[in-house]
Ligand binder design. Sequence first.
Ligand code: ARG
Length: 256
Amino acid sequence: MAFLVVGAGSVAADQGKPMVVGGTLASVAEAPWAVVLTNSAAVRESKRWCGGVLVAPDKVLTAAHCARQPITSYGVVQGRADLSNREVGRFSAVSKVWVHPAYSTTTNRNDFAVLTLKKPMPGVPVLRLETSPKADRRGAVPTVYGWGDTDGTGPDDTLQKVAVPDLGDATCTGIKGYTENGYTAAANVCAGYLDGTGDACQGDSGGPLVLNGRLLGIVSWGNGCAKEGYPGVYAEVAPVVKTLLAQVRAVPSQVR
Ligand code: ARG
C-alpha cells in the first residue's frame, strides 16, 4: 500500500503535485449516479471516504479497498455536489457489503465491492455497466468523477470531473512500478495523462470512469496523482460484468 496504492480515506496525498486533479465542477444533473461513500472513521468533516456509483436503486458499486470497514460505519450520499451543503441530497446507511471474492490486496485485482442500501433511491438514474471488453481501447476518452483531493486545482469535497484519455494497456504494462503493483491488461484500464494534466486522486477511489453512458471502470490506484509518467489505474468492469450483475440483481436479504 505504501508506494503505489494510497489507502482510502487518507487526507494528505503523498505527492506535492496536483491531484480529481485538473478537473472542472460537475453537477448532480449530469452525474446523478455518482455517490459519495462516507465512513465514520474518515478524518474530514464531510466524512468523505470514497466514491461510488449507483447501479440499481438499492445497489452501489465501489472499490473493494474502500469497503473494508465495519458495515455500520458506512453511509452513501447522492445528489450533493458540494458536501458542505447538507440541505440537498439523499442519504442511506448500508445493509450489506459484498466484496469480490477474488479481490487481492497484493495485485489489486478485482477491486470491486457492491453495497446494498438500507434506503433505496428510486427515481435516481442509474449507470449501466459496460459489457464489452473492447470498450477499453487506446484513444477512447472516458471521464472520471469524484469528490476526492484536488490539491488546489478545485474546491475540496466538491464533485469534479476530468476527461482522461484511455492510454491503452501497453502504456501501463510498460511502467515498471505498475506491472509490479499488479497492473493486468485484461482486468484494468490505463487512463490519464503522462504529462500530469489530470487524474483521479485520494478520495476518488470507487468512483466511476464513464464512457458513452456506461461504466467502463472504477477508480482503483495510481502512483501519486497527476504525476508525470504515471496514469490512473481503473478496475475494468466488462471482464467481470456477469459476477457484478449477479450481485446488483440480488434481492437484498433485508426488508426494504
Ligand atoms: N486509492 C485512491 C483512493 O483510495 C485513489 C487512487 C487513484 N489514483 C490515481 N492517481 N488515479 O481514493
